[in-house]
Design a binder for this molecule. Structure first.
Ligand code: HDL
Ligand code: ZN
Length: 418
């Protein structure tokens, strides 16, 4: 049906954005059969490291003392400081309230125990089904770390993700801390040598191949510091050159780079202690131009890098830009970078991922993003319609399907190998 006005366009965009199912391509969630490493419920929501960082701005509690509190006590402290004593208007604070509302619990009381009762009545499986239904997410990709003892044992015990959950092989300790990881690999009988030689290459490749056969990952991922350089005569540079690139190409899976995190600038805050820095784009430019048969999924953490990343994607079809990552996942920036991406890349990118660490966050991260997407898409279609171009409801449905899942799955299946 040809859309005749901006109001028609807005209605068509809103309906399509609400209806289209989403593949959430980067989360820290797990299939329920992976056990208690899948985090969910109100106390986990309140002790999300984003909220811990915000809590610490209002209290002088010793960090050690906070971490020694029980999860419930930590949650009560966060609730009191950020929701009772003052208005919860930050993105992560508002996210808790949006989540409660969408899950059918109007957040109209400041009594935390009222909310706890609701979550206590559910099982993890029920909550996964409810969250995916409410968020309209029908596939989600996990972050699977073979160096995490608990998770490693789940895989070695033969657990496989339930349908709709997919693996991603995460290799930060291999690329960012090889000096210490060498010993770990040897303890798992991968006989890497002290110096980087053919044996080391063979054994690191064997390690990657073994975990690809265990996990069947959709991609291989790493987070990288602002100082990331490539090529580089370093452990990281050599492992990427000699192992990651050949193995991901052989298996036709993307290498996902998440660039710009300065880890633990305040170590006492744990996961809340990471910072951001602008990265030099030449590393990515070199990777892309030297490896046209490899596929790269990339997101960056610095606002200043977003424009360069979008322009770089115009130069290299083996680069798929994704998400508004972490400190980018705030309405003011999501709005800016999504508009910029449409203006530079049309719909050839993946607009968002939830990065959810706690199951119910999928709900708010997508709810908040969809509200922005509706506004931006309505404007973009109206700009085009105003030239006399015909916009049909089916055009919008086609574009939103690309943005919400087809771009990702097409990229995964894309084969650039000659
Ligand atoms: O490295 C990553 O995958 C990041 O997303 C970190 O996990 C970070 O702590 C985070 O949760 N950001 O949203
Ligand atoms: Zn993440």
């Amino acid at each position: 049906m040809i859309l005749q006005s901006k109001e028609d366009i807005r209605k068509a965009v809103e309906g399509t954005v609400e209806k289209e199912k989403i593949t959430d391509i980067h989360t820290h969630l797990f299939s329920p059969n992976f056990g208690d490493i899948l985090l969910w419920d109100i106390d986990e929501l309140l002790t999300y490291h984003y909220l811990v960082a915000e809590l610490m701005r209002w209290t002088d509690i010793e960090y050690e003392e906070f971490w020694n509190l029980s999860k419930k006590e930590q949650a009560e402290l966060v609730w009191d400081e950020l929701f009772v004593k003052r208005s919860p208007i930050s993105e992560a604070e508002r996210g808790v309230l949006t989540t409660l509302k969408v899950l059918g619990v109007t957040p109209d009381t400041k009594d935390l125990n009222e909310y706890r009762k609701i979550f206590q009545e559910r099982t993890a499986e029920q909550q996964v089904d409810e969250v995916m239904k409410q968020a309209s997410v029908d596939n989600l990709v996990m972050t699977n770390d073979p160096f995490d003892e608990k998770e490693r044992n789940v895989w070695l015990n033969g657990e496989k993700p339930h349908d709709h959950f997919h693996a991603a092989l995460r290799i930060d300790p291999l690329l960012n801390d090889y000096a210490n990881t060498k010993e770990v690999l040897r303890s798992w009988d991968y006989q890497v040598a002290e110096e980087w030689n053919d044996q080391s290459i063979k054994e690191v490749q064997r390690f990657l191949e073994d975990w690809i056969s265990i996990m069947n990952p959709l991609y291989m991922a790493v987070s990288l510091p602002p100082a990331f350089a490539y090529p580089e005569e370093s452990d990281r540079g050599r492992i990427i050159r000699d192992c990651i690139l050949p193995v991901t190409k052989k298996h036709n899976i993307p290498f996902a780079l998440m660039i710009g995190v300065k880890k633990r600038v305040n170590p006492a805050l744990g996961d809340a202690g990471d910072f951001v820095g602008k990265a030099d784009m030449s590393a990515l430019e070199n990777l892309l131009s030297e490896n046209p048969e490899n596929k790269f999924l990339v997101t960056m953490l610095a606002r200043e890098n977003q424009h360069e990343l979008a322009v770089l994607a115009r130069k290299f079809r083996n680069l798929m830009v994704f998400g508004c990552w972490w400190f980018m996942n705030n309405p003011v920036i999501i709005n800016e970078m999504t508009r910029m991406r449409f203006e530079l890349l049309n719909t050839s990118f993946i607009p968002q991922h939830s990065d959810a660490r706690v199951l119910e966050q999928v709900v708010y991260k997508w709810r908040h993003t969809k509200e922005i997407l509706k506004d931006v898409l309505t404007e973009k279609y109206e700009d085009v319609r105003a030239t006399g171009w015909k916009i049909d409801q089916s055009d919008i449905e086609n574009d939103v399907a690309d943005l919400f899942h087809r771009n990702f799955w097409n990229f995964i299946e894309k084969d650039l190998r000659k």
